[in-house]
Ligand binder design. Structure first.
Ligand SMILES: C[S@@+](CC[C@H](N)C(=O)[O-])C[C@H]1O[C@@H](n2cnc3c(N)ncnc32)[C@H](O)[C@@H]1O
Length: 221
């Protein structure tokens, strides 16, 4: 695992996987209880990965999506980024056990520590609702910057009904932006052509929208 927090990158607050740091050891249990694996498999199928592609997972947490990608595409070059060192340690152990090589960086979605145009595929799964609205825009601008012109963003996040039923108040507030077409409109505003949202149900806890987006036109400043 690499620790790459650049000098210019400020330490920021962040919301860990289950909302509280002490719950982190339970993340993978929650992952299977909520039924996230089928969502990850759908994201991978939509991404149409090819050998040798450079793949980034922003907010990779304990590395479940990267592990599934690596098992299907042994020749993809895998990079995961997350601010949570405990999640990254777990991701690193799981990758080793699975015999997968991946680079894991500690960092923040708002300032990706990668050169322009360095990835063919950028994934992000259930991370967007951990960010406030300006940070969501910063993330999308960064994804646009690090994606190759023919690259693809595959992003999944909770879909909120207008009343936010089934979500805790804090999470509900951060998901206010996730009603209707708001996520795809936000992605489009960052300089992407966005396909219609695919929606899937979790086993528990509501629905997830999957967005597929390709760079289109000049990047927004
Ligand atoms: C609900 S978990 C999802 C983890 C993983 N993507 C998955 O699908 O299992 C949200 C993750 O976003 C990470 N996160 C929170 N703020 C972040 C930020 N500013 N930049 C990148 N990741 C962040 C958390 O540490 C956590 O690992």
């Amino acid at each position: 695992m690499t620790e790459r927090m650049s000098q210019s990158q400020p330490e920021r607050d962040y919301i860990p996987g289950l909302g509280k740091h002490f719950l982190q050891p339970l993340y993978d249990v929650a992952h299977s209880v909520f039924g996230l694996h089928p969502i990850h498999l759908k994201m991978i199928a939509l991404a149409e990965l090819r050998d040798g592609q450079q793949v980034l997972d922003v907010g990779c947490g304990t590395g479940n999506l990267l592990r599934s990608i690596g098992k299907q595409s042994r020749k993809a070059e895998l990079v995961g980024l997350d601010p949570d060192p405990n999640a990254l340690s777990r991701a690193s152990r799981k990758a080793r056990r699975a015999g997968l090589a991946m680079r894991l960086d500690r960092g923040f979605a708002q300032e990706l520590p990668y050169p322009d145009g360095s990835f063919d595929r950028v994934f992000s799964s259930l991370m967007l609702h951990h960010l406030d609205s300006p940070s969501k825009d910063a993330l999308l601008a960064e994804v646009r910057r690090v994606l190759r012109p023919d690259g693809l963003l595959v992003l999944a996040d909770m879909v909120l009904d207008e009343h936010g039923h089934g979500h805790r108040p804090g999470a509900r507030d951060r998901m206010r932006d996730n009603v209707g077409d708001a996520v795809s409109q936000r992605i489009a505003a960052a300089g992407f052509a966005v396909e219609p949202t695919r929606t899937m149900a979790l086993r528990i806890g509501g629905k997830v929208g999957i967005e597929l987006a390709r760079p289109s036109g000049p990047a927004q400043e």
